[in-house]
Design a protein. Sequence first.
Length: 427
Amino acid sequence: MASLKLKYTAMIASSLIIGGVISVAAYHYFTSGQKMETQPTERKVLFWYDPMKPDTKFDKPGKSPFMDMDLVPKYADEGGSENSQGIRIDPTQIQNLGLKTEKVRSGRLTYSQTIPANVSFNEYQFVIVQARSEGFIEKVYPLTIGDKVKKGTPLVEITIPQWVEAQSEYLLLSGTGGSATQLKGVLERLRLAGMSEEDIQHLRSTRSIQTRFTIKAPIEGVITAFDLRSGMNISKDKVVAQIQGMDPVWISAAVPESIAYLLKDSSQFEISVPAYPDKKFTIEKWNTLPSLDQTTRTLQVRLQVDNKDELLKPGMNAYLKLNTQSPEMLLIPSQAVIDTGNEQHVITVDADGRFVPKEIKVLHESRHQSGIGSDLSEGEAVVVSGLFLIDSEANISGALDRMRHTDKPAEMAPGMTGLSANAHSGH
């Protein structure tokens, strides 16, 4: 009986010892596993950079050579080239650097542009006065270049033998029973030789030969050529005078070809002249000339302007103010556009808060607003302030490799922790 109790006691003690060993082993197993699970792995640092000048990279920590602050590490798990859907940036950095976005909207570009212009003669009101027959000058009226003349103002008195002979023939035929056809033929010959209709009617009514003829101004305007003198012989192709009209005048301006599509009607134009700052001028009609200046890439716009009071003098400076609007299109702030020379991009913000680059095409620009094609959607958010941060972070992560090349981290001289390194190309 005593030996049986001893056996039971030994068994119980052995069970307790074995259970304790198992419990201790299990405790160490599970606790060590938990420690292995909870122990953080060391994050891999790609390089260090100054948040205020993030386009420069350093291969060691230290003080920034640009600001009195420590360099910040860029970790490999913050995004990489495999992240093709954009990048994320620390919200604190975003707030500190004042990053702002605006929505893409639909609207019209407003143009209010003042373009230098000049006043010139209206070339539609330009005449060359000729005798059209040989003769000589009896008298020159006191006129010269620049003088203003009315219609019918006498210019010179001339004698033309051919006209005298034709008049004699007409009177002879009419007195000897010449036919109507013959008489009409003589008068027509006088017209073709340059004799005025007034002188022809004088011949028919007075039936007397006229030997001196007065050549008069056919229009009102300014004399631009006049160099005859009394006693001169005159050939049939000699110019007696050139006269150009003063009402209306032309005002011409060179308009950039990029806004030619906006030119629609005269209500868009406003004329101002420095000589008469308070005077308004009436535009009668306008047109664009068919050729383009390939050097300046401009079109000539010509406006016909009322000048009854003759205040506008050819050669005067003027200004053409264009006020108009573009057709409806998608608009973004011009400062949101990243133009690399070959491509144009913006940084958009997606629904998950990632910054995603998108290629766009700017169609037109005015007043710090850019009209774009259908590359974006109305209501989409684009970054307009703090682009250098996005650009730098995108270069770091490789999300904008299509936009520009990324430099390797800058080398720092031994023992010179935090010294300046080469900046990114393209900035």
